[in-house]
Design a protein around this ligand. Sequence first.
Ligand SMILES: C[S@@+](CC[C@H](N)C(=O)[O-])C[C@H]1O[C@@H](n2cnc3c(N)ncnc32)[C@H](O)[C@@H]1O
Length: 239
Amino acid sequence: MQETKMQFSFGDGRKLLIETSPEVFQPTGTSGVLVDGVTISLTKPEKILDLGCGTGVVGLALSQEGLADGPIYASDLSAEAVELTRSNFIAAGREVIGKVGKIFDPWVGEQFDVIVDDISGVAQEIADISSWFQNVPCDSGADGIALVSQVVLEAPNYLKPGGRLFFPALSLSDAPRLLALARQNFSEVKIVNTKTWPLPADIASHRELIMRLVSEGKIAVEEKFGLMLWKTDIYMASL
Ligand SMILES: C[S@@+](CC[C@H](N)C(=O)[O-])C[C@H]1O[C@@H](n2cnc3c(N)ncnc32)[C@H](O)[C@@H]1O
């Protein structure tokens, strides 16, 4: 695997040095908004699953925050991602149990206090034109929520009593439908962090496609200051 180092910055100025690779999802602003949302919501170390771990950036940041009770558990559909996660944890002197597999397949019989989901959740036609998912699995369906919906439906089986699921709901997917599903499956669903971003140029240049997806209700984009804006909302769903 051809690896390069990347310094990742979080909202509060913390920095994390990790290896990345062209075959593995490159951490984005959403990774940081997710870590910050989880960090402000947890008050003690817990048993944490990093689902859709990519480079391992989310789990590693939470481990370094002292929020992991024992190792971080991490999985991804991509074997290269899990390999990179293991080497990033080794380099940081942190403990991880990494497994390869689809959604919850690697964790049958396990239960966690906290599941942090970051599995691909962007409308397929957006994923196809973006640089985010080059060489990275993103079988997230026309409205972007095919995989995350499965996470929301199955997560209760993998959570201990009182457990919580954190997940990003991106406006580049049908976030309202995802939230309605989460509210049917959890007793409380609340937003813990949010950030609005300008659409990257490689996506914004496909204006006609974007407007069609908006009119079909598959994504939501706001036009302001001559920019097209989209949003990452981080939710905490409690059993
Ligand atoms: C948006 S990236 C997030 C990676 C990492 N958490 C980060 O912040 O950089 C989504 C990850 O989900 C993984 N993925 C895609 N489909 C999956 C599936 N069906 N089951 C498990 N992981 C999947 C991808 O390989 C990718 O690493």
